[in-house]
Design a protein around this ligand. Sequence first.
Ligand SMILES: Cc1ncc(COP(=O)(O)O)c(C=O)c1O
Length: 463
Amino acid sequence: MASAVHVSSPEVPSSSDISSSRPPLELGSKAQFPIFSQEGSSAETPQTYLDTAATSQKPKCVIDAISSYYSTTNSNVHRGAHSWGDGATSGYEQCRSTVANFVNPANPQPSGCVFTSGYTDGLNKILHSMEASNKFDAPCDVISSVMEHHSNMVGWELLSRRRPSVKVSYLPLSPDGYTLDLEKLSGILSDPGSNVKVVSLLHASNTLGTINDLSKILEIIRTSPSGKDICVIVDASQSAPHTTLVPPSSLYFPDFVLFSGHKILGPTGIGVLYGVDGPESFEKFCPTPCWSGGEMIDYVRLGGEAGGLDVVLSEKAPSLYESGTPNIAGVFGLDVAIQTVMATKVEEIHGYLSSLTDYMHGRLLSDIEGIEIMGPPRGEDRAPLISFRISGLHCQDIGSLLNLDEIMVRTGFHCTEPLHGSLGAGNMGGTVRASLGIYNDKDDVDRFVNGLKEVVKMLTANK
Ligand SMILES: Cc1ncc(COP(=O)(O)O)c(C=O)c1O
C-alpha cells in the first residue's frame, strides 16, 4: 500500500451502514440454522457438528437470500435490458461493497473485489495471472510455509517445476511447534542473493489453530530491502469468520486477501479474491488475466491483425478477472452471510468462540488420557479448532465411532500433510480435528468430550 493514510470514497456504504442492515445472530444458538432442526434431530438424539473449519452451516437468512434471488430476480448480470437483470446486477455489485467494508473498513475498495469459486480458485487466479503477466520469467523466490493448506503449496510447487526460474521456500515452524519461524523469514528477505517476489501465507491454521501475527509478518516484509514490491497474499480462509482481517490501525498491508464463502456462513462455490489497493493491486502484479471469455472484454471484432480478431479487454479488475457467467446466487448468499457476520460483530464472535474453544481445550486435557493437542497451549489465542491424537489409537477409528453417536469431527491430514509430517503426526492417520462455529455451545462440547471418553475406553479395552 502506497500510504498508511486512507480516505473512504463517499459513494461506498460504510461498514456501520452494512452491519446495521441485518439482525445479528445469537451466539451459541442453533435456532437460525435449519439443518439442526431437520427430521431425525431431537433433544434426545442431537446432531453435534464439530466440522465448521471444513465448512460452516448456513443460517436461514442466507438460504432465503439464495432462494429469493432465484424466485424474484433470476437473470444474468451486466447484460439484460430488463428489470430482473437490473436487480441481479445491482445485488451482485452491492456485494463488492459489503466485502470491501468487511475486509478493510478503513479503505474499502469495492472494485478490488473479484468473485471466485473459493480460496483455491482465487489463489490459482493470482498465480496463473502472474505467470501470464511474465512475472516469473526472471529469477523469483516465493515464500510459503509448512503450515499452509495444500492449496497454498501445490500450485507454487508445480509452478517451480515448470519454471526453473522460480524457487519456493517453505518457512518452518519455530521450536515451539506452532508458530512460524519469522527469523527465517527475515533471513531470506535480507539475503542479498534472494529475489523474493511473492510471500503467500495463511492467517489462521486449519490444523494448529495458530493465528499468525500478520502485522508483524507484514512489517518484516515491507521493511525489507525490496519489501514494497513483494506481492503479499493472505489466505484468510480460517480467519475471516471471526477475525478482523485488516485492522484499522494497520501500518503495513497485504496486496491480496482471499477466502471462501462457505466457511463464513455463505454458500459453497463462491469466494473472494480481494485486492487491497483495488484494481491497482491487480495492475501491479497480474495485469494479464489467465482466463478468458465473455464479461472481461470491451469488444471483439473481426478485422484484427493477420486475419484474426481485434480483441480489447476490459481495462481493470474486477471485470477483467471474472470471465463467463458468475455464481450470481452465490454472491447474493455471500452478501447476506457477510452482512450477518458484520452485524453480529467479528470481535464478539471471536470472544465467544475463544472461550468455547478454551473450555473444550480444558475438558480434553483433563478428561482424555494420552491426548496430544496440536497448536498453541491453553490460554493462548487460537482459531476455534483443536486437532489432536491419542496415543496408540488410529484417528479414523475415533472419528467413525464418534459418528455413531452423531458427533461429527474431521479426521486425517486436513489438507496439511507436510505440517503433519513436520509435527511427527504422519502416522496413525494424522489427527482428529474438532472445530467450532457460532452455533455451537457447551452442550456440544460436553457431548463430544463425553463421547470421546467412551470411544477411547472402547478402543483401549483389549489393549
Ligand atoms: C487454511 C485454508 N486454506 C485454504 C483452504 C481451501 O479452501 P477451499 O477448499 O474452499 O478453496 C482451506 C479449506 O479447508 C483452509 O482451511
